[in-house]
Ligand binder design. Structure first.
Ligand code: NDP
Ligand code: A1CAB
Length: 263
């Protein structure tokens, strides 16, 4: 199975890293083309992937094509590969935020199996959270696509109406979590830890808590109650964070992310 990537930036590279770690695809069966040869060629060489000379060549050489460019670049790129896709009607997996299947079909301007895929950068460690939605033409290939996505972490079918919310909760949220880790770590620095030590402590605590929240049948607040001993340190910290607007700050961030996705 040859997987082609139009765009070889952060998200494409994270997916490719996850696929290679899972040994789901052989390096030479990864075909990439990007905006600038100076970026994608050395990258392809480094990982043993195939650098294609053009976006059309990606379509010609790959079995499936992943559209991994910035959303505004999607339409011109699909125009550029229109002829190649007409000759080789490959399933197209789009990572573009804010671009639904209907828009994608209009841009493709020909009947194609289309899968809208919304991953997050944690796919690089096979710990991603990915949503997908597919058109009717993609249904026969969908089980194989989902099997591939599942090598990258968890995946779920999602109604397209919920994609903006998913972007905030999974696509963008690693950045929000890094902000939290940095804030926790910085507070440790305030009390004399080095940034390196403080970040290691904060990141490991967040990782364990994420694992616990993902695996437990209890709600996050039930889990928090188990941490917060009566009259103890944790409840004092939780109340101070609540008073400083922790939850409204997080929800405001999600609101802004969703609004941007829907622009
Ligand atoms: N980053 C993330 O965490 C997530 C991103 N996404 C989505 O994934 C997509 C890619 O995002 P991301 O990887 O972060 O973006 P990047 O900016 O990191 O990568 C974009 C890639 O597109 C390439 N490119 C630009 N113009 C063209 C062109 N005409 N033909 C082919 N390739 C081109 C760029 O090449 P060059 O740099 O050489 O110009 C670069 O390799 C976006 O639509 C985004 O919404 C979805 C979920 C999460
Ligand atoms: O910030 C962005 O627009 C992309 C989509 C989700 C994560 N990164």
């Amino acid at each position: 199975m040859k997987i082609g990537f139009i765009g070889a930036g952060n998200m494409a590279r994270a997916i490719i890293a996850g696929l290679l770690k899972a040994k789901a695809v052989a390096p030479a069966d990864i075909i990439v083309h990007g905006g600038h040869a100076a970026n994608y060629q050395p990258y392809a060489e480094r990982i043993g992937a195939t650098a294609a000379a053009s976006n059309a060549a990606v379509v010609e050489q790959a079995d499936w094509v992943v559209l991994a460019v910035a959303p505004p670049v999607g339409k011109p790129v699909l125009r550029e590969v229109h002829e190649a896709l007409a000759k080789h009607p490959r399933p197209l997996l789009s990572l573009l935020t804010g671009v639904d299947l209907k828009t994608l079909a209009a841009w493709a301007d020909q009947p194609l199996p289309l899968v809208r895929v919304m991953p997050n950068l944690n796919v690089a460690l096979n710990a991603g959270m990915t949503a997908y939605a597919a058109n009717a033409a993609a249904q026969p290939v969908l089980p194989a696509v989902v099997a591939l996505l599942n090598t990258l972490g968890e995946s779920m079918a999602l109604p397209e109406a919920d994609f903006s919310t998913f972007v905030a909760l999974a696509g963008s949220s690693p950045a929000f979590v890094y902000m939290f880790i940095d804030a926790l770590s910085r507070a440790g620095v305030k009390y004399g830890l080095t940034k390196q030590v403080a970040t290691k402590i904060a990141a490991q605590a967040v990782m364990g808590s994420g694992l616990m929240a993902a695996q437990s049948t209890e709600s996050p607040m039930d889990l928090a109650d188990q941490v917060a001993s009566p009259g103890g340190t944790t409840v004092a910290g939780m109340l101070a964070m609540a008073a400083a607007g922790f939850m409204p700050a997080v929800v405001a961030g999600v609101d802004a992310t969703i609004a941007k996705d829907r622009e």
